[in-house]
Design a protein around this ligand. Sequence first.
Ligand SMILES: [Zn+2]
Length: 296
Amino acid sequence: MKIIKIFCTILFILFIVSPAFAADISTYMVGTMKIVRIVDGVNGVPVDLLYDGNRDIINKLVPNGICPNLITSYVLDSKEGLMLIDSGFGDIEPGVMYDNFIAAGYNPDNVKIVLLTHLHGDHIGGLIKGNQKIFKNATIYVNDIELNFWKNRDNYRIVPEMMRYCFDAVDTLIRIYGPQIKTFKDGEQVVPWLTPINVAGHTAGHTMFELNYDGEKRFIWGDIIHCLDVQAKYPEVTVEVDTDREQAKLSRMRALELAADTDILVFGEHFTNPGAGKFYTLPEGGYRFVPVEPEQ
Ligand SMILES: [Zn+2]
């Protein structure tokens, strides 16, 4: 079992490092605001790293044994200025997030606010390049429980082995951005049209964001789902990289309940292309995901 786990970990890491999506940029609208989805690279979760589900069903849904997923982040381009949600891997596993951000026509100096769903390396690494801050004029916001968790090395043993490197990644982030890092509490709005919603479990302070702009709603929900092919239909399935799998499962069920059978378009940081869609309740249980193509 241990050997399989090590093998899967290597496989997981290998799949992370394929920055094959140069210029993979797409734009969705929410009212007059653009949500620009930027792909950092290709990822993949070996099915052996999925837990709490029926193994035969999982194997049938993912016949080649690897759940495809991507690493993405989002630029919010509105009349109030530029914001960024999550940032990809950056130097941790070099991808193309920064190149795509520039290719989309943006200047990092113009980003005023960065919001982080959580502090795993694939969400924070892209804030730094060669030990320098990329977004030097931005305030970086993260949930207070999340930041305090990673600042405390007593939590080392609680964290799944393959995510323990994030303690160092968070230290680096704090060293480089210092007082530019601020915290919010659950439900506390950083800007009036964006509400953080607690979906803890994947990490201690994992947060999704509800955008309510010009009367329309969107969710950018971080790592609620790592394997769309399995976890939409079977939300009880958890993944090795969840800090608290039981809590992650409950949060996923809650998030799906909030999104399902509504007009809310959902963006997931690890969804495959096109990267956004809507969820519908299935009569036999679970949800059906219907992808929605970008406007541009
Ligand atoms: Zn992630």
